[in-house]
Design a protein around this ligand. Structure first.
Ligand SMILES: NC(=O)c1ccc[n+]([C@@H]2O[C@H](COP(=O)([O-])OP(=O)(O)OC[C@H]3O[C@@H](n4cnc5c(N)ncnc54)[C@H](O)[C@@H]3O)[C@@H](O)[C@H]2O)c1
Length: 251
């Protein structure tokens, strides 16, 4: 099913592969355009070309706050009418707590949490001036349950931060027509989880705690992101939704 994105333009961080690539394809299939942000220039250009005319790629490390602010300003200057921001870029941190050193902690928080903050912060005044906008953050079940599937302390903390940030922006942005929601996937078959997929013991342990008894295809969390980004979710705001096969069941 394609959601309708006719006349809409979305910035999608981390959009060149995995869940982000499925999000970009869904927006284009729904008649919209994407501004894809990623780290790999060649992959980014090839991916955007595969999406067709009117889609663009910008190279940006979302963990570099100054670069985020200047690149978002450039995008808003060069691309007419941005309506949607999807923060999908993320890195995994899978070390046991005692092995998480300061550098690992900082990089995980810088990309997953500060990157999401800075992207939202850089676009917020534009959305405010232009009558609103929809923000969707790709979080993780790890942010709700303290990690434990693959991501550990730094990853879980970064995603718990994203969940709090999502609700705070939803509260303050609502009056300007800015909605902010998050999607929390669990084990999804992307390059982020290749190591998990290839370790039969860890793989089976993770599958055993997912009530649906399998990992997700990247298109599955992408569909929930697309719903939150679409006008069908016009009254959904501050929702931190689970797309995790049934691990978390909020009461
Ligand atoms: N795969 C899973 O099991 C799973 C589960 C829960 C949440 N998530 C979240 O889903 C999102 C997408 O992950 P994925 O599974 O598709 O993995 P992936 O590794 O295929 O995609 C991550 C994307 O983020 C980009 N990225 C990483 N660091 C970046 C940076 N500093 N600046 C710009 N781009 C950067 C990568 O280049 C890549 O395109 C992430 O936020 C991840 O934490 C994934």
């Amino acid at each position: 099913m394609a959601f309708d994105f006719t006349g809409k333009t979305a910035i999608v961080t981390g959009g060149t592969r995995g869940i982000g690539a499925e999000i970009c394809k869904g927006i284009v299939e729904g008649g919209g355009h994407v501004v894809v942000i990623g780290l790999n220039e060649q992959r980014g250009r090839e991916f955007v070309a595969s999406l067709g005319e009117g889609n663009r790629y910008y190279r940006l490390d979302v963990g570099d706050s100054a670069a985020v602010r200047s690149t978002v300003a450039r995008i808003l200057d060069e691309v007419p009418g941005v309506n949607i921001l999807i923060n999908d870029a993320g890195v995994i941190s899978a070390k046991p707590f005692e092995q998480v050193d300061d550098a690992e902690w900082k990089r995980t928080i810088d990309v997953n949490l500060t990157g999401t903050f800075t992207m939202c912060s850089a676009i917020f005044p534009y959305f405010k001036e232009h009558g609103g906008g929809r923000i969707v953050n790709v979080s993780s079940v790890a942010g709700k349950i303290g990690g434990g599937l693959l991501g550990t302390a730094a990853y879980a903390s970064s995603k718990a931060g994203v969940n709090g940030l999502t609700k705070a922006i939803a509260k303050e942005g609502g009056k300007y027509g800015i909605s902010c929601n998050a999607v929390c996937p669990s084990f999804t078959l992307t390059s982020m989880t290749t190591a998990l997929s290839e370790d039969p013991v860890k793989h089976d342990k993770v599958i055993s705690i997912i009530p649906l008894g399998r990992a997700a295809e990247p298109s599955e969390p992408a569909q929930m992101v697309l719903f939150f980004a679409s006008d069908l979710a016009s009254f959904v705001n501050g929702e931190v939704g689970d797309c995790d096969g049934g691990i978390v069941m909020d009461g």
